[in-house]
Design a protein around this ligand. Structure first.
Ligand SMILES: [Zn+2]
Length: 344
């Protein structure tokens, strides 16, 4: 088997290796399902056209064909953002408050969206680390690529180890229903929106391009920020959320968002950048196709941030780029992380 085929087979094997990541996983987890991390009925239904959306394609084959640049690919919404990381019993029971009801200013709902984002990333990162480990000794792998793959494998293992730290914290908070431990900012919108996203990151630079956390290998624990879009009664919302254990860095992110806003930066642009920097999103096809070529290349450049482990993340990736590209507007902001309200 060629190296490319072996890699694809190793990735498929991991993707299909279902397991339940619910904090009570055990004997009852007998039916693993393909769960949507971006809700099909809620978030995806807001942007689908004839059952399809664009999603990011940044697998090894695409990256080779495009010289390292990620691309958007058309996909049916049944398959978008799914992962086999939860059993039917736990998925239905745990996520009912967000799958059955629009988002309100509610700690439990926010914690559940954030938890689903963590579980999905946990699933993906563990798969990536395992499938890279499975093919790294393939005889057809050119020596020059071996080092690249070793670096990638190390990066994935590093990310997974840090994510595991947070998964344990989230598991405990949810098991004890300590939803008040979650901090969040909700940006309410009644405008159209052409991107739905659910993701997370270890923030390294803030919205003004200042370094706020060192992601070097010596870091013991990294603060984690999650974000997601969600359907509401009046439209939809964009939410930044974190557990209080990540307060130190996430409060700096929050402050830089406020500072940027006061200095004239648009919330719409800042939140678009953070969405595009993570890979789990879905895009309205007609919106993307209607963008002019320079806007599309700005969007693709934002998507490429972090896609290639050989290229470092630029310090200003959240501070500039994609201005005016987002078609969404926010009506109001509610801050569940502090008593300060300074977005107006
Ligand atoms: Zn289960």
């Amino acid at each position: 088997m060629s190296f490319t085929k072996a890699h694809q087979a190793a990735m498929a094997q991991q993707r299909n290796r279902g397991r339940c990541l619910h904090h009570e996983n055990g004997a009852r987890c007998d039916a693993i399902i393909s769960a949507h991390s971006i809700q099909k009925g809620g978030q995806l239904s807001l942007i689908e056209e004839q059952g399809h959306v664009y999603r990011l394609s940044a697998d090894l084959t695409t990256l080779r064909a495009t010289g390292g640049k990620p691309q958007l690919k058309k996909a049916g919404i049944k398959k978008v953002s799914t992962f086999r990381g939860m059993c039917k019993h736990h998925d239905n029971r745990l996520f009912a408050p967000i799958d059955d009801r629009p988002l309100t200013f509610d700690h439990e709902q926010v914690a559940l969206y954030a938890y689903r984002s963590v579980c999905r990333e946990y699933f993906v990162k563990e798969n990536a680390a395992r499938s890279l480990a499975a093919i790294i000794d393939h005889p057809d792998l050119p020596e020059a690529n071996r080092q690249l793959l070793q670096d990638a494998a190390q990066g994935q293992a590093f990310g997974f180890q840090h994510l595991h730290w947070h998964k344990v914290i989230y598991d405990a908070a949810l098991a004890q229903r300590n939803f008040a431990e979650f901090r969040f900012i909700v940006f309410w919108s009644s405008s159209p929106c052409s991107i739905q996203a659910t993701g997370l990151l270890f923030p390294d630079y803030d919205f003004l391009g200042r370094k706020i956390q060192d992601l070097g290998p010596e870091a013991e624990a990294l603060d984690l920020l999650t974000f997601f879009t969600a359907p509401t009664d009046q439209g939809w919302a964009y939410v930044l959320a974190w557990h209080e254990s990540s307060d130190q860095t996430c409060q700096l992110v929050r402050q830089s968002l406020q500072e940027g806003f006061r200095c004239g930066a648009k919330l719409e642009d800042m939140l678009l950048r953070i969405s595009l920097a993570c890979e789990n999103h879905a895009v309205r096809i007609s919106w993307w196709n209607g963008l002019n070529p320079s806007a599309q290349s700005a969007g693709l450049a934002a998507l490429a941030v972090g896609a290639d482990p050989r290229v470092g993340v630029p310090s200003d990736y959240l501070a500039r780029g994609c201005e005016g590209l987002a078609d969404w507007t926010f009506d109001s902001v509610q801050d569940g992380s502090s008593d300060l309200h300074t977005y107006r």
